[in-house]
Design a binder for this molecule. Structure first.
Ligand SMILES: Nc1ncnc2c1ncn2[C@@H]1O[C@H](COP(=O)(O)OP(=O)(O)OP(=O)(O)O)[C@@H](O)[C@H]1O
Length: 421
């Protein structure tokens, strides 16, 4: 620190560094505010098709009219430019901000590969540490307003996904796997990694799930079948869908001419991709509560005031990893511990069998002081109140970490208590 030597030069240098860091923080926050959904595509193991899934997700979402950014953060083996047929260097504007490659109207791409041969890259991308590079990829690229930023991470649970989780606190993981056991044991590690670093999981994608026979149309299970789906169920993670193995995907990847939805050639890969895209869109924009029209749901919406204390426990009833609307009949409870305004742990617990009055007692004895629920009966609400536990009802069906984070950031908006009986 500059203050330790008492020199004016050192002190002013430290102030300048602090100012720069403050400026970078502001730039990063401003940038993140302009991007609605941040999807981190990761896999426990290499070669499962993670980059292909990231590229096709980005392409597909952009073809559906969304503004999409695709960030190739696979610092060791960037392959997005090859898959999409992008070559050459990126442009840099007067302020040394990187201008992403515009693949078409709605899709912009940035990859480390297009910077590596640039002799000036060290100047533009200061601090050649991975965390710094990823941070700069987000804050110093002219992404503009985006609906989705899809980030392709290297395989494994190393520095890069950790950096993304830290740099982008509201990122969601899309975990890609193939159906065979050797890949699934790695995917379990990825799921545990996400839980450890409180990176919410949007869901699991199973790639190369069978080859569709061109003669009879039957699916040949090249790497086993539906292992990813079973793992998702077992580990309480939403399953987003399967993509088949299709030789044209390899050819398209090798030639840099991705398959497009407007070709006349039938493609089971594109058919399944279409379903996957719909599921991703649905998961990113939670549906309005059942039995509600848009008008009544908005009428019921309210902002939630924060807790007075900074350290407390929150319980969220869940099913399949998401908030469950029916409080008394949920599969599990996520108990989230918050300290000094940040999530420090998340534990999933199985509740005792449902009987009137049991859950409020069990939850309050866990030391919980806030319950975030979808629907809850008045009797249970009353029992919580007697025990000094605050209840928020009408929360959307999202995963517990996202709900608690938005509560902490003051952005949790609730609708009506849909199970009020
Ligand atoms: N559904 C699919 N059908 C056929 N080939 C596929 C499919 N998905 C990916 N591939 C092919 O598999 C190979 C590996 O894919 P990709 O580079 O996307 O994997 P990856 O998991 O990102 O690998 P890594 O991160 O280890 O570089 C590529 O040749 C790609 O074209």
């Amino acid at each position: 620190m500059g203050t330790s030597c008492g020199s004016r030069t050192c002190a002013s240098h430290a102030e300048e560094t602090q100012r720069e860091e403050g400026g970078e923080d502001r730039r990063l926050k401003d940038q993140l505010r302009r991007i609605r959904h941040k999807l981190l595509v990761m896999s426990g193991k290499g070669g499962v098709g993670k980059s292909s899934v990231a590229a096709y997700l980005a392409l597909g979402l952009s073809q559906r009219g969304h503004r999409v950014g695709l960030l190739d953060a696979d610092l060791h083996g960037p392959s997005i430019p090859n898959i999409l047929g992008i070559s050459g260097m990126f442009q840099v504007d007067e302020e040394k901000n990187l201008v992403p490659h515009k693949l078409h109207e709605n899709l912009e791409v940035v990859s480390i590969q297009c910077l590596l041969e640039d002799p000036d890259s060290a100047v533009i991308w200061r601090g050649p540490v991975k965390h710094g590079v990823i941070r700069q990829f987000v804050s110093e690229v002219q992404w503009g307003d985006l609906d989705y930023l899809v980030i392709d991470c290297p395989p494994g649970t190393g520095d890069e996904p950790l950096s993304v989780a830290q740099v982008i606190p509201d990122a969601h993981a899309v975990i890609v796997t193939t159906p065979q056991e050797v890949a699934l044991s790695d995917v379990r590690k990825s799921i545990n990694f996400c839980r450890k670093v409180h990176l919410p999981i949007l869901g699991l994608v199973e790639n190369m799930n069978g080859l569709v026979c061109p003669h009879c149309g039957e699916s040949i299970p090249l790497f086993g079948s539906e292992g990813g789906k079973r793992t998702a169920e077992r580990m309480n993670v939403p399953f987003l869908g399967s993509l088949p193995f299709e030789p044209s995907v390899v050819e398209a990847g090798d030639s840099g001419t991705p398959l497009l939805g407007n070709s006349d050639t039938p493609s089971s890969f594109l058919e399944k991709l279409d379903q996957l895209l719909s599921t991703v869109q649905e998961r990113c924009s939670p549906p309005l509560p059942e039995e509600k029209t848009e008008e009544t749901a908005y009428k019921d919406q309210k902002e939630v005031p924060p807790m007075e204390k900074e350290s407390f426990k929150v319980a969220v009833p869940t099913a399949n990893g998401l908030l469950c609307n029916h409080f008394g009949h949920c599969e599990r409870f996520a108990v989230v511990r918050v300290q000094e305004g940040r999530i420090v742990s998340l534990e999933e617990l199985t509740p005792p069998p449902h009987e009137p009055g049991v859950l409020p007692r069990w939850i309050s004895e866990l030391g919980v002081s806030l319950v975030i629920a979808g629907g809850m009966g008045q009797r249970a609400i009353g029992l919580f109140q007697e025990r000094g536990v605050r209840v928020i009802t009408g929360a959307p069906p999202l995963d517990p970490a996202t709900l608690v984070n938005s509560y902490l950031q003051g952005t949790l908006v609730t609708g009506a208590n849909v199970c009020d009986h």
